[in-house]
Design a protein around this ligand. Structure first.
Ligand code: ZN
Ligand code: MN
Length: 143
């Protein structure tokens, strides 16, 4: 994790973004979590250590990270955006009970893109796919 934070900081520098303790804290938090947090959740986690940091500050910094290509913004459903610093190829399973988003590895579905391109004539630029269901905890509660 430390190595990737370092790389990210280099990348930001190249984008002309000055690193501040708050920025560093937000980025480190995102890189150390698998929870795909919202700006609000990041705020709740960091505000004890950074009392002067507002949700707006966090949101603006997240925008900056997304623009620099360090963080992915996830827009699932109508809820507020969630953020993912894991840029590796992976898909998400979303729990319809509690809303948590869990990573799972699968090779990119290039075959689907090929078929789509062939049948529609589109120059395909990408796709999104997510799995919906109940996580192990929610599934146990309903039973
Ligand atoms: Zn759940
Ligand atoms: Mn993810």
């Amino acid at each position: 994790m430390a190595a990737s934070v370092h790389l990210a900081l280099e990348q930001l520098k190249m984008n002309g973004v000055r690193m501040t303790p708050q920025r560093h804290a937000i980025l480190s938090f995102l890189m150390d979590t698998k929870s795909h947090p919202t700006a609000d959740e990041i705020y709740k986690a960091l505000s004890p250590a950074y009392p002067s940091m507002s949700v707006a500050t966090i949101y603006n910094n997240l925008r900056l990270f997304v623009e620099a290509g360090l963080v992915r913004e996830l827009t699932y459903g109508d809820d507020s955006s969630r953020f993912d610093a894991d840029l590796s190829d992976h898909y998400h399973a979303i729990c319809k009970g509690c809303g948590q988003i869990v990573d799972f590895g699968h090779p990119p579905l290039l075959e689907v893109e090929k078929v789509a391109s062939k049948e529609t004539g589109f120059m395909v630029q990408g796709h999104r796919m997510e799995i919906y269901g109940l996580c192990t905890t929610c599934n146990t509660i309903t039973k």
